[in-house]
Design a protein around this ligand. Structure first.
Ligand code: SF4
Length: 437
């Protein structure tokens, strides 16, 4: 047995290069951070919590709202306070929207990598710290761990939709889909390492394949291929454009046993005039048809959405239209956002910009509604069968994305159990009784 004393451990730690990484924003950003982290571990860097002292801090930023911009800046500044000698790196959307010069004009930020460049962070750091990196890599070089059961899988980047309020097409560029063969390889590897659920994610998931050679692939083809991979027990879809839900698409999805009946259809507004000003490509009639189709082919699926309140010129009547549309659809969850002006977008130049007071008031109304609906949907499952993928502390998610705790303490994390939802534990947690263990 090798005994390592405390002093040795401290010396050991001094040699390794520590990197702390913080991610803001969307699931695509989270996927990209995971990849950066994996490549850093493989190269021999030690990943440490963002709250500790590190040699390098990377903030994978977001720029979707003014608040996101501010948070990105605050995190970069906090990093410098934690270790004034550290190398501070800003990466991602904030760099794309503000430009490298502006970001690095901040004396506390050393380097900036755009979305296109951030895969190069590891190579850059390897070069920079070559004298301190061991050729054997860090102790923990594994990308995959059996403690993890669910993984976000980035299948595309970019967006061509140009909604009038959104900077993403400028920050992320046009659609770029990851070839199907590459995704099949990635999922096969992840499944063989114990991952069970794959959440297909993209900036505009519904556009998957549109940039690839015609007839080659689309979202349906990709779902079919991935669902056939051994070990893939669940496929969950990220945000979908309502227009993708045709009868053929809904029927196709319902025939894939691994497909989770949880659909996030972006709404943004329940008022047709606001949708038009937002340059969304559907109206409420088309949206309601999509929901009807999903409910026709799935038994009480979980339908979730996003709504923006306080869009320029949103009148009381238009807001009321949104309130009644949300009630009519009966969502499981609604993510509510206050409209945020983004320089360079069409909405920023629109008349009728609303005060923050009005936006906050409208947000409050919708948040109250969504809280009630969320509970009502989860309560409606009490007494019903459920399949649960357990993650940690005997807690896990059903296919509808209801969080449950297993009453039997022997539930195995990483396993899938069948049973019944027996009641409510608290606001966010339901109780679950497995049929057999
Ligand atoms: S669909 Fe609209 S809101 Fe979504 S990323 Fe594209 S432009 Fe932005």
């Amino acid at each position: 047995m090798i005994i390592v004393n405390r002093k040795d451990k401290e010396n050991e730690r001094e040699k390794v290069v520590t990197v702390a990484l913080h991610t803001l924003g969307c699931k695509v950003n989270a996927c990209e951070s995971e990849k950066i982290e994996a490549s850093l571990k493989e190269a021999g860097f030690l990943i440490v919590p963002f709250s500790s002292s590190a040699d390098v801090y990377i903030v994978n930023t977001c720029s979707v709202t003014n608040i996101a911009d501010r948070k990105s800046r605050q995190l970069l500044h906090r990093a410098k306070k934690l270790n004034p000698d550290a190398l501070i790196i800003a990466a991602g959307c904030y760099v794309n929207t503000r430009g490298r010069e502006e970001v690095t004009a901040d004396p506390l930020v050393d380097l900036a990598f755009s979305n296109e460049e951030k895969t190069g962070i590891c190579a850059f750091l390897k070069e920079r710290f070559s004298n301190r990196l061991s050729s054997e890599g860090a102790a923990d070089t594994s990308l995959f761990s059996l403690e993890h059961t669910r993984v976000f899988l980035k299948v595309q980047d970019g967006c061509d939709m140009f909604c009038s309020y959104c900077v993403i097409p400028y920050a992320r560029g046009r659609i770029k889909s990851i070839p199907e063969a590459e995704l099949i390889r990635e999922v096969t590897s992840l499944a063989s390492h114990g991952y069970r659920e794959f959440i297909l994610t993209g900036i505009h998931l519904s556009s998957y394949g549109k940039d690839l050679p015609e007839g080659k692939t689309d979202l349906m083809t990709l779902i079919r291929s991935l669902s056939g991979i051994s070990g893939v027990r669940r496929l969950r879809l990220g945000s979908l454009e309502p227009g993708i839900i045709t009868e053929d698409f809904a029927r196709f999805l319902s025939e894939i046993p691994a497909l989770c009946p949880h659909f996030h259809l972006s709404l943004q507004s329940g008022s047709d005039s606001v949708l038009k000003r937002m340059n969304r490509k559907y109206d409420t009639k088309r949206y309601a048809e999509s929901v009807k189709l999903l409910r026709q082919y799935f038994d009480d699926p979980a339908i979730t959405t996003d709504v923006i309140v306080g869009f320029p010129g949103e009148s009381d009547t238009e807001f009321e239209e949104t309130v009644s549309f949300l009630k009519r659809i009966g969502f499981y969850e609604t993510h509510v956002f206050q409209y945020s002006r983004r320089a360079g977008t069409a909405a920023d130049r629109m008349p009728g910009q609303l005060s923050s007071g009005v936006k906050a008031e409208r947000e409050k109304v919708l948040l109250r509604m969504t809280e009630e609906r969320r509970k009502a949907y989860a309560d409606s499952r009490i007494g019903k069968d459920a399949e649960v993928l357990f993650e940690e502390n005997n807690e896990g998610y059903t296919k509808e994305y209801i969080r449950v705790r297993c009453m039997n303490p022997d539930a195995v994390n990483g396993s899938i159990l069948y049973g019944t939802i027996t009641g409510r534990e608290n606001n966010r947690l339901m109780s679950f009784e497995p049929r057999q263990l």
